[in-house]
Ligand binder design. Structure first.
Ligand code: B12
Length: 196
């Protein structure tokens, strides 16, 4: 029997171009190694007004130890999607996954005291900036391996040693050491070919 069960939610799918969130496959596989069951739910097609009912139902049904959220994209990366035409309307493709994810976090907060954890590519590229905006309990930068390896410690409030975990202590974002920016590459200047 699995020791823990968590919910993994996605509010970042794109109505005009839906994909099955591959994080549902990979995160669940990593969790399985740590004997943790992951129940996945994409909120694509579920109106925001119905999210509270959906979360409540999932919570009752699965009694998760935590709510995990994957943020795959920050936007569509297509400038034209966000531009208004001469009639003042947009292309219909503009979508706002960060804002939707924030709405999801607020919805969960209103219904549960369980920790909320966010990860995913979209989160990781802007981890430091998104932590104060989204205000989850934890952010995971990059892969999910360490998070599940130390899941029990995190549940028990001992998480300083989890390498890629972000969290607030008071108003201070930890860890202080900045691993969320890519390391500066020190490129060696090519040597001049020696004369023969
Ligand atoms: C394959 C791919 C596609 C395929 C998807 C096929 C499919 N069926 O999934 C196609 C071509 C359809 C596609 C479409 C789009 N894509 Co694309 N895609 C990719 C690509 C190459 C890989 C994504 C992937 O599946 N990775 C594997 C998964 C498992 O990785 P992951 O989600 O990051 O999850 C890992 C970790 O982040 C972590 N994790 C994830 N969630 C969580 C949650 C928790 C709690 C924890 C602990 C950990 C965790 O664990 C996972 C395992 O390590 C990336 C670039 C890249 N190299 O990553 C771009 C990328 C994600 N795509 C991007 C974009 C913009 C799009 C589109 C919006 C393009 C468009 N305008 O149509 C659409 C969006 C579609 C949608 N509905 O979301 C951008 C996003 C950038 C941004 N700023 O938002 C990227 C980064 C490419 C780029 N240009 O830079 N895409």
């Amino acid at each position: 029997m699995n020791k823990y069960r968590v919910l993994l939610l996605n509010a970042a799918n794109m109505e005009s171009f839906p994909v099955y969130p591959y994080a549902f496959v990979q995160v669940a596989a990593v969790a399985r190694r740590a004997n943790i069951e992951v129940v996945c739910q994409d909120l694509l097609g579920i109106p925001v007004a119905d999210w509270p009912e959906t979360i409540e139902r999932l919570q009752e049904q699965h009694e998760p130890a935590m709510f995990l959220i994957t943020l795959r994209n920050t936007d569509s990366m297509t400038y034209g999607d966000y531009q208004l035409n001469s009639q003042g309307t947009d292309s219909g493709k503009a979508y706002f996954p960060i804002e939707r994810t924030k709405t999801l976090i607020n919805t969960i907060r209103a219904l549960s005291k369980k920790p909320i954890v966010i990860g995913g590519f979209g989160f990781s590229i802007l981890a430091k900036e998104l932590m104060p905006i989204l205000q989850p309990d934890f952010g995971v930068f990059g892969g999910a391996d360490e998070f599940f390896l130390y899941f029990q410690d995190i549940i028990q409030g001992e998480y300083c040693h989890v390498a890629n975990l972000l969290y607030f202590q008071g108003r201070r974002l930890w860890p202080i050491k900045d691993f969320t920016s890519p390391p500066q590459l020190k490129l060696n200047t090519p040597r001049k070919p020696s004369r023969i």
